[in-house]
Structures are given as structure tokens and as C-alpha cells.
Write a protein that binds this ligand. Structure first.
Ligand code: FEC
Length: 286
């Protein structure tokens, strides 16, 4: 049996001049307000992506380390940028894979998130190999333990966060919120943290309601207590961490007279967790 892994992430532009095309991909053809685009370019400029793009670099480091650990080819595929998921699938098939393991660098399932990655991968493979897709891993003990280790001894109030999504997913019976709360509960329990809450972050202004509470409003409710933010819905450092938490939320906390710290992201320390997930899905690799 020949196996290859397609390791998927959101993707991020490497150059400022690519931001319009990247944003257009995220919007999927829907219009973009010029001021939103300007704001986004400015955030990427301040993040310094032309010198060092954290999401793309960390994804590559993770891919290379997972390939070494598993001893099978691992190809990176981005949902909204290059290399695309379809390119990664072609590389896997070109290398003779009969089973393609689909693994997303996001732990919690939503039809708008992991479901969308899955659709892209399955369309690309188009029946030419079996797809063994890992749909969720937010309650995986190895992941829970990894995040809990970063929280041991926390004396501030812990706020778990994840990317918001349009609130209509609740009417559609989407499991996203339940999975996030369950993950947070398991991590808090494993770390012995009793003083915790959950908030969403990074909602877009798309003209429809998004899931809340948003971290910025939530901080107002928590003030003046110090907080430790644990972005449980993300794996690596990227714009939504380095800007939305490290700049926006920290500025807001400072204005409210509170201290805001954030736990270190897993980044490539996630590799042993990913290895277990792949081995469980393809027992022949154990
Ligand atoms: O570092 C980087 O360059 C990329 C950081 C990044 C990550 C990320 C993760 C998630 N998103 C999710 C959902 C949405 C929905 C929309 C949306 C929009 C954006 C925009 C940027 C962006 N997201 Fe993102 N997301 C990242 C970056 N995201 C930039 C566009 C500007 C803005 O709206 O703020 C709204 C689409 C629309 O307009 O209709 C929905 C979810 C995740 C977590 C799972 C994952 O990583 O895939 C869910 C990282």
C-alpha cells in the first residue's frame, strides 16, 4: 500500500502585492470593500510578511518534520494560497499514492472550515486514490496534553479563543461550537485550571451576525482581571494570533487596565500529535 499525506493549512501571502489576490480567494468572488483591503495590506505590512511569513514557514517546518517522523511523503496544500490543496494532491498521486491522508492544521470541525478543506481535497483526488480524512482532533488526548502543559500554573483568568464563524452555522446543526467548548473543558481539566471562559476572535465584517462573545467585548466583562489567552482553535503563529490577539486584544486590555498574556502556540511541537492521528487512520503505518 502506498500512502501520502496532504497536510492542509489556511495559507498566507508571501508578498504585499499578493494580498488582493489572496483576499479575493477568501471572498470567493464576493465583493471586497476597498477600505477593508487597505486595512488588510497594512496588517500584513506591520506583520512583516515579506521578511518572514509565520504561517507559511511554520507549515513547511511542520510538513518536513512530519515526513521525517512518518517515513512517507507529506505534501503541504493551502486552502487560500499556494501551494494549493489541488497541487499537493497531484504530487501525492504523481508519487504513486493509493491512499491519501487528508489532515488539516485546525483541530475543530465546521462545515465552513474543515468541511471546505475536505471538499477541495476530494475534488482534486477525484476518485483516483482512497482519501482517509481526519475530520477533527480537538479532543485528541495528545493535543489536549500539549496545550494543557502550556497552562500549568496559570494564575490569571484563562480565555480560550477560536476563529468566529457566521452565527447561521448554529441553525445548520454545525458541531463547531460544541467541539471548541469540549476541547477547552478538557484542556482546563488537564491543566487544573478552574477559572476560565471562552470567546471568539477575528470575526469579519460581512454584514451578517457572527458567533460571540468576541474577545474584545469579553475583555470588558472581565476587567480589571488579568487574562491569559489560549487560542485553542489555532495551531500556529499567524496573522490572527500576531495581530488580533497580540496587538488588538492586548491594546484593548491595556486600555482597560488589565494585563493580557498569551500562551505560546504549538507550531511544530504539534508534530507528534499529527503523527498519532495519521497512524490511527492508516494502521499499516504504525
Ligand atoms: O496568517 C495569515 O496570513 C492567515 C491567517 C488566517 C488564519 C485563518 C483561519 C481561519 N479563518 C476562518 C474563517 C474565516 C471566514 C472568513 C475569514 C476571513 C479571513 C481574512 C483573512 C483571514 N481570514 Fe480566516 N484566517 C486567516 C486570515 N476567515 C486575512 C479576510 C479578512 C477578514 O475578513 O478578516 C470570512 C470570509 C468572507 O469574507 O466571507 C469565515 C476559520 C479559521 C480557522 C481554521 C483554519 O485555520 O482553517 C474558521 C489562520
Amino acid at each position: 500500500m502506498s500512502v501520502a499525506v496532504v497536510l492542509m493549512a489556511y495559507g498566507s501571502p508571501d508578498r504585499l502585492e499578493d494580498v488582493p489576490a489572496y483576499y479575493a480567494d477568501i471572498r470567493g468572488g464576493r465583493p471586497i470593500a476597498p477600505e477593508r483591503l487597505e486595512e488588510l495590506v497594512e496588517r500584513y505590512r506591520r506583520l512583516g510578511i515579506e521578511d518572514r511569513n509565520p504561517l507559511n514557514e511554520i507549515t513547511e517546518e511542520t510538513r518536513a518534520a512530519l515526513e521525517r517522523e512518518l517515513g512517507v511523503p507529506v505534501h503541504a496544500g493551502m486552502r487560500h494560497w499556494r501551494p494549493r490543496i489541488a497541487e499537493a494532491a497531484e504530487r501525492a498521486l504523481g508519487g504513486g499514492a493509493r491512499t491519501v491522508v487528508g489532515l488539516v492544521l485546525a483541530p475543530h470541525y465546521s462545515a465552513m472550515s474543515i468541511g471546505a478543506y475536505r471538499r477541495q481535497l476530494e475534488e482534486a483526488v477525484a476518485g483516483r486514490a482512497d482519501v482517509a480524512f481526519v475530520e477533527r482532533w480537538g479532543s485528541e488526548p495528545a493535543y489536549v496534553g500539549l496545550v494543557a502543559d502550556r497552562l500549568h500554573g496559570a494564575d490569571a483568568h484563562v480565555v480560550f479563543t477560536a476563529h468566529s464563524l457566521p452565527a447561521r452555522i448554529l441553525d445548520e446543526g454545525d458541531p463547531y461550537v460544541d467541539e471548541l467548548l469540549e476541547s477547552s473543558r478538557l484542556v482546563a481539566e488537564a491543566a487544573g485550571v478552574e477559572d476560565w471562559s471562552f470567546a471568539f476572535q477575528s470575526a469579519s465584517q460581512t454584514g451578517e451576525p457572527w458567533l460571540g462573545p468576541d474577545i474584545l467585548e469579553h475583555l470588558e466583562d472581565l476587567a480589571p482581571r488579568d487574562v491569559l489567552v489560549c487560542p485553542i482553535g489555532f495551531v500556529s503563529d499567524h496573522l490572527e494570533i500576531r495581530w488580533d490577539i497580540d496587538v488588538e486584544a492586548r491594546d484593548k486590555a491595556r486600555a482597560l487596565g488589565m494585563r493580557l498574556d498569551r500562551v505560546e502556540m504549538p507550531n511544530d511541537a504539534i508534530v507528534p500529535v499529527l503523527r498519532r492521528l495519521v497512524e490511527r487512520h492508516v494502521p499499516a503505518l504504525r
